[in-house]
Design a protein. Structure first.
Length: 115
């Protein structure tokens, strides 16, 4: 069983930045594929960014050049640096861990971009 706890969400003005963190339990964190998803009200959950165990990354087109996913395997933590935030980035952001095909989800953290 893997437990994930997100933090770092909040209210930010357009153009601002936030850094989300997701701390994972377990002994095999370096082997996990880690992802960030988001879900806006009335919308489906969508993939924002993913980082595989080897370090390769991929991003949704809507966040390329603005968001960066990274991980610290020594601290069992994955991050999402979000810059140049827009109102359309407003959503609940979820962390997901994938190990041997089994997904684990965090509880989510709210990000609101508004003036």
């Amino acid at each position: 069983q893997v437990q994930l706890v997100e933090s770092g969400g909040g209210l930010v003005q357009p153009g601002g930045s936030l850094r989300l963190s997701c701390a994972a339990s377990g002994n095999f964190f370096s082997r996990y594929t880690m992802s960030w998803y988001r879900q806006a009200p009335g919308m489906q959950r969508e993939l924002v960014a993913v980082m595989v165990s080897g370090g390769s990354t991929n991003y949704a087109d809507s966040v390329k050049g603005r968001f960066t996913i990274s991980r610290d395997n020594a601290k069992n933590t994955v991050f999402l640096q979000m810059n140049s935030l827009r109102p359309e980035d407003t959503a609940v952001y979820y962390c997901k861990a994938l190990l041997v095909g089994r997904p684990y989800w965090g509880q989510g953290t709210q990000v609101t971009v508004s003036s």
